[in-house]
Design a protein around this ligand. Structure first.
Ligand code: HEC
Ligand code: HEC
Length: 201
């Protein structure tokens, strides 16, 4: 049988100097609808967590902040807006503070997160902030809103996108996203093999 597992090298966060994600989908037909829905519930826990959703905001263009000392989630300070560019090119670029470097001060309280890629907001089609499990489920299986990505391609994206890896090692006392990157990838693959079920189907 053709081996589907592929190992993607990652530029991982400082706590885990390097790491790898295995993309190994379950065999076709081996994941029931109930198991697919259970995987979806865990996917939603991750997607709706502030470490992910604060960047997956919609047309407001305003990233969100939450963490120790904030009480509840609030709009990003300093009147930051991402604009159509999603990188703040129209006003103050994100890179002014979110430099693409891992050196220095990343773990200070309230330090601006830094990753080895251009820090930017997710596109409006991938807006998750404040949305329900059903809404995000419908979005993630709609090719018009995922840039045509299948569940397998979404899992691959999760494997090699260094921005979102930050969510599991966010530093500065912030709560990491739940589960682990590998568990999240496994859940996306299982949900895909189950036919991307949503609870409202
Ligand atoms: C003037 C400096 C500055 C600019 C410009 C800036 N940020 Fe930030 N950002 C910060 C700081 C400081 C923090 C950490 C806040 C804290 O934890 O108290 C932060 C945190 C964040 C977080 C993490 C929030 C969380 O709770 O997980 C996101 C997401 C974010 N910024 C997105 C952006 C985006 C997108 C842009 C560009 C459109 C941008 N920022 C521009 C300073 C900046
Ligand atoms: C700093 C901002 C930021 C954070 C934090 C972030 N993302 Fe994203 N996300 C993006 C950007 C930008 C894109 C678009 C990149 C692309 O399509 O190549 C994206 C795209 C995605 C996509 C593809 C969406 C689609 O519809 O095709 C997925 C899946 C995703 N992110 C998952 C996550 C998860 C899970 C987390 C938390 C563990 C997370 N992201 C945290 C900025 C962020």
């Amino acid at each position: 049988m053709r081996r589907l597992a592929r190992v993607l090298a990652l530029v991982a966060a400082p706590a885990a100097a390097t790491g790898e994600v295995v993309i190994d989908p379950p065999a076709p037909g081996s994941v029931s609808r109930a198991e697919g829905l259970a995987a979806w519930d865990r996917i939603y826990e991750v997607a709706s967590h502030p470490r992910c959703a604060n960047c997956h905001v919609g047309a407001s263009d305003v990233p969100m902040w939450s963490g120790p000392g904030y009480g509840r989630t609030r709009p990003h300070g300093m009147a930051v807006r991402a604009g159509d560019s999603r990188i703040g090119a129209e006003t103050i670029p994100c890179r002014t503070c979110h430099v693409t470097s891992r050196t220095g001060g990343i773990d200070r309280p309230h330090a601006a997160p830094q990753v080895a890629d251009a820090w930017r907001l997710a596109p409006p089609e991938a807006a998750w902030f404040g949305r329900s499990s059903d809404q995000i489920c419908a979005q993630l299986r709609d090719p018009a809103r995922t840039d045509g990505r299948t569940a397998l391609q979404i899992a691959e994206h999760l494997g090699h996108d260094v921005i979102l890896h930050w969510a599991w090692t966010p530093g500065s006392g912030r709560e990491p996203a739940p589960y682990s990157l590998q568990e999240h990838v496994n859940d996306v693959l299982a949900w895909g093999v189950a036919g991307q079920p949503c609870a409202f189907d």
